[in-house]
Every structure is written in C-alpha cells, then in structure tokens.
Design a protein around this ligand. Sequence first.
Ligand SMILES: [Zn+2]
Length: 524
Amino acid sequence: MKYSAARGHELRQRRQLGCPPNDVTTSLPEKGDLLSQIARSHSSALIDTPEHASDRLERCENRIQSPSCRTVSSKENEMNRALLDFYLCPKHFIDFWLTGQLSSDAGYFRFGQSTTCYGRSASGYRASHVDAGLYDILMDAETDTTNVRIPFDPTEVIDNLRLERYANEDCGALSRWERSLKGIYYQLRPLMHAQIRKHIQRAHLNGWRNLPFPHWPVDTTVEDLCTQLLLLSMNAKGVNEVPFIWFWPDGAQSCVAMTHDVETETGRDFCDQLMTMDESFGIKASFQLVPEGRYEVSETFIQVIRDRGFEVNIQDLNHDGNLFRDRREFMRRAQRINEYGAAYGASGFRAAVLYRNLDWYDALRFSYDLSVPNVAHLDPQKGGCCTVMPYFFGDTLEIPLTTTQDYMLFHLLNDYSLDLWKTQANQIVRKNGLVSFIVHPDYVIDQKARDVYRDLLTFLRDLGRGGKLWFALPGEIDRWWRARREMRIVEQNGEWRIEGKSAEHAKLAFARVIGDQLKYEVAV
Ligand SMILES: [Zn+2]
C-alpha cells in the first residue's frame, strides 16, 4: 500500500477520533467488515451489540468524512467533548491529545490516586477488575505550554462510566444466570410472602459492601475526573482561573429532586396525602405512574396531580420487570409506552425496578429518563453511572438517582434512620451535584416509615435554608440542562459574559487552582 500524506493524515485522524484503523484498503472498508472489526475490538467492553457497533461506525464515518472534520483542529477534537460539555468553558482551555495509539482492549486503570477509569489506553496495563493494583496513567501524561497529551480518551472513559459500559458479567449488566433467576422470581412474586421475598433479595445482596466500584454510598468519579483533567490542563498552560457556566440556575449550590413511584392501588390512593405532606415543606415532586395492569389511572387523577403543581411521568408499562428482556417485545412495549406518554402529557420516563438498557432508548420518545442509579449496589441490576450530575445520552437527558431508595433503606437494610440519606446528601452537595430521591407512596403509609420521610423533608428544608439549594421538578431540571447546553461564554472588553436563551438565570463561575486543588467559585 502506498503511504501518502493524505493516508497518514487519515490514520492520524482515526487515531485521534478513537476510530479503528482501516489498514486493509485505502478507501473505507465495507460496512460489514468494519462493523465486525469494531465489535471485535470492543468485545471485552460489553458494547458490541450490532446496534451499538453500527452507531459507532456511523459516528466514526461522519467524523472522518464530514468536510468540517477534514482538518481536525483541536477545537473539534472529540476527546475534549465530554469535558467541554461538562464545564461549558471557552474551548481553548481544554485541549487534550492522545500520546499514542489506544489499545484494542478496554479495562480499568486509574488517573491519579483515587480516580478509577474504564476504557482503552495507550500505556501501562488495563485490569479486568477494580483492585488495589490499578495502573496509574497520570504519570504518562505529557505536557507543554500549548497542549496536554494523555494516554486515554476522556470522552470515551466518561461515556463508559455514565452508560455503565464498565459493568461486566461479574458485577454489572444482567448475566444470563441473573436473568433466569429474575424471571422465576418475578413469576412467583405475586404468590410469595413478603418475608420470603425479602429473604431472597437479601441473599441476592450478599457481599455488596465489598464491591469496590462504584464507590459506596455515592460515586463521583466523573466529577473527579473532570476536575483533575481541568487542573492538569490549567497547570500545563500556566492558567490560574477558567471561567465556566455554573451548573445550576441563579447560582444555586446544588439541586434537590423528589420523585414518587406509585406501585399499587394503595399507593395511588395515598398520593393526595403525600402531596399535602410535600407541600407543607414547600416541596413539589414528580409521580411516576404505571399505565397498565397495576391500578386504574384516571384523567382526573392526573389532573389533580398537575393542578397542585406536581409532575406526572410514565413508570414502565406494566411493571413486570421484563421490559428489557427481549428486543422485539421491548419494541412492542415501547410503542405503548410512547402512546401513554403522549396521552398523559408526560415528558419523563422511569423503568420499573431500575432495570435499564440505555442502548435501546432510541425507541422511547421522552425528553428525560430517571432510571439510572449513581451506585447500584442495592439494586437488582448492579452498576451505576458514577456521576451526580445530569447528562445527555443521544438527545435524552439522564437525571440519575443519586440516593438510596426508601424500599432498600427500610426493607433491605432495615434502617429507619436518616443517617444514610444525610451522608449521601452532604457528599453530593459538596460536589455541587443533584440530590435525587425515590420515595414510594406505598412504603411511607405506615407510621414508622412516614415519620422517617417527614424527618427527611425537614432535613432537606433545613439544608436549603439561605437559598443555596434549588428544589426542582425533573421537568425543570430537564429544561434548565437543555438551556444551559446552548449557552456560550464570550469575552467582551476583557470581561466574560454568558450568552443564550435563559442566560439571565445562568451564573458565571470560575475554576481556580488553590494549592494542588481545583476550587469553584460562583461570581456575584
Ligand atoms: Zn416501581
């Protein structure tokens, strides 16, 4: 094969973009060939579904073939996308390049002392499990005054965490064995005594406290990785502060969202009282309703929720735990779910029991999703998105669940204190993240649990004193996150300014290097 300058350029582009090299012919190989090549190169990363590989292929091809990418400038470097989307700072502050060719296999390594990464890398080794001996890739970063070269792709690693692609057969996505157990469990469930159900669930949980990753009880790996990368970039450029668009409207330190999943008729009939309780603390919540097979959902019921300023979302279709079991059946159900979404006027979706498969979400037509836990050690489907911030996948906004569900707290941990919720809330607020809850009307009817919920509302109200927290409905978070995404920071007469729709609610913030740490400060 003749090696031309153009060919060299294309190979370099492919490397930078994280696309597989196409060294068979000078033109792009047949889609099928490249597809299987991609599938092969990601076989250990659980992302080798045909749908996924074909998406990825398309993304790669688009990036390589579109005229704007012909001359890939640093501004268009895909590696920097996740970090730029996170901070929305001026582009020139974030300018990472690869040190070399990425491995074909994916695995765990760390970036600095305690930040666990999962993906491909260009140096050291990648482990198949998280343990004490992870390779620290930070020592292979190369910096000069203009840019920083690192041996991994931050966008790929962040996607792998948020989309739970790290979760392997041992501790993550559903293994075949787990699936079959779950099938039996769900078929027998209506016949089982509550105590037996709890016993089975506790048995399933055995050993969860020893799971090293994600970090219990809150995982902020994505946020930690973003701050460390920005710090590295600032140190390399000799920059002391970077302006960015603050995460929440009107300079709020953090955001709090309460959500209620309605499981049974008893729960449905308790919603009225629950709304009164929430309102007495100045909190509005969203209700996720099961459209089929559980209880009747009347128009009046939906209207009453709305009239009181609460929100209605769709929860699954019939809550049988089988939504993502079979692709064809899922497609059939997705259509029904979409119809209910339109009929209820709902723009948000949550999968029952947080059984999820984000790779299939293109069949669902909702603006946002509420199905991904931050760390899922107590949930039937392990994993977790390792972030306490909302994030986009495709054009859907994920609003993750960042605290433990009431059911798990009361019935699996047998804990009727606020300790865990307080610990989680405080850790999340320290990272300026979203503190989100699932509290089921069904499980807070009895007095003991109801008292804990009342204590939680009291705690949240006190935490929010001084106007530091934004209490928001998921729909409001969705609208804000979409508006923020479209905003830009511009420099005018030596001053930074935010432009865009709803920019009047946006606050300029600065990331500053203090000692060896990065600190955020919202401009007044
Ligand atoms: Zn549910």
